[in-house]
Design a protein around this ligand. Structure first.
Ligand code: UDP
Ligand code: MG
Length: 315
């Protein structure tokens, strides 16, 4: 019998978990012909999330969990889920029921048809602000224009991945992760299914705009180095303009004998070039920072326990 692992990252989700468990259980009971594993990754929650998970596990042997030593973020919780999943396919799902579990049987059906990556695409985004929708749309546009890899729009992490995708993703151990671009990058046979994204059932979102901007920058810099090329693109016309202006000043000097009112031009030029330099330093810094983080070569996460077994970090 084939096994499907449902991976659920959870951070301070004590309010959502009872609803989640109820709905997942109902759905899972309807799945025949498959073994199901429900793998929670407790991302350093400070509330009763872990206690709840442990309680469910006592009653339901299909449940396993990984407990992080602190909050590492959803992206890291996802790779931990991949590391600990034992299924022939995995399904990522949020703990707040924004991803309807009822879609899972359909995903499995499509997987059976031979697709490796069955991703859920949002038809609508209830309970999300106009600004969030707009910024995410613009972001996709920018990201897509920077790369040849096709990026799936309006999709989150809610998807089913075949074992070969899981193994591929497990090989990608970079520390500043952007799963969305990784899902695109690995390729394989993809198939979308449409759904309505619900508002979260309880509790509050763990995202804020600062986190989103960080994620957006990570998304771009992890995907492509083309921002580095901005320097080249900016530098060529800049030097051309500078050269022409230089010739103009000299000719004017020679022909009319009037010295150009230099101070205004100088100030403008200084501002212009320092602006460009700051921008380019920033971009170089972005990549330098990434190199720095990767060369540290730290484990992506640390865990306290896996299914009740204490992790001691001995090999
Ligand atoms: N999450 C996590 N670690 C974090 C933040 C969030 O594991 O540091 C989990 C959270 O418990 C939920 C999922 O990631 O299951 C999505 O989080 P949230 O609903 O807050 O994000 P949104 O749906 O607003 O994008
Ligand atoms: Mg949510």
């Amino acid at each position: 019998m084939k096994k499907v692992t449902i991976i659920i990252p959870a951070y301070n989700e004590e309010d959502s978990l009872p609803f989640l468990y109820e709905r997942i259980e109902k759905m899972v009971n309807q799945i025949e012909n498959y073994e199901v594993e429900i793998l929670f990754v407790n991302d350093g929650s400070k509330d009763k999330t872990l206690e709840l998970i442990k309680k469910y596990r006592e009653e339901d042997s299909r449940i396993s969990y990984v407990d992080f030593s602190r909050n590492f973020g959803k992206e890291t919780a996802m790779i931990a889920g991949l590391d600990y999943a034992t299924g022939d396919a995995v399904i990522f799902m949020d703990a707040d029921l924004q991803d309807p579990p009822e879609l899972i049987p359909e995903m499995i059906k499509i997987w059976e048809q031979g697709y490796d990556d069955v991703y859920a695409k949002r038809k609508s985004r209830k309970g999300e602000s106009w600004l969030k929708k707009f910024t995410s749309k613009m972001y996709y546009k920018v990201l897509q224009s920077l790369t040849n890899v096709e990026i799936q729009k309006d999709t989150g992490d809610f998807r089913l991945l075949d074992r070969r995708c899981v193994n591929a993703l497990k090989k990608m151990r970079e520390s500043q992760r952007c799963s969305k671009s990784m899902f695109s990058w690995i390729g394989y046979n993809k198939k979308e299914i449409l759904y309505d994204r619900d508002p979260r059932i309880a509790g509050s979102t763990k995202w804020n705009y600062r986190k989103l901007v960080n994620l957006a920058i990570d998304g771009i810099t992890s995907f492509t180095t083309s921002p580095l090329r901005i320097s080249t693109f900016l530098a060529i016309p800049t030097f051309l303009a500078l050269f022409i202006y230089f010739i103009y000043v000299i000719i004017k000097c020679i022909t009319t004998g009037i010295v150009v009112q230099a101070f205004q031009a100088t100030i403008l030029l200084i501002l212009f070039f320092s602006g460009i330099q700051i921008l380019l330093f920033g971009i170089v810094g972005e990549y330098l920072g990434r190199i720095f983080n990767e060369t540290k070569n730290r484990p992506l996460y640390l865990i306290k326990e896996y299914n009740g077994k204490r992790e001691t970090n001995e090999d």
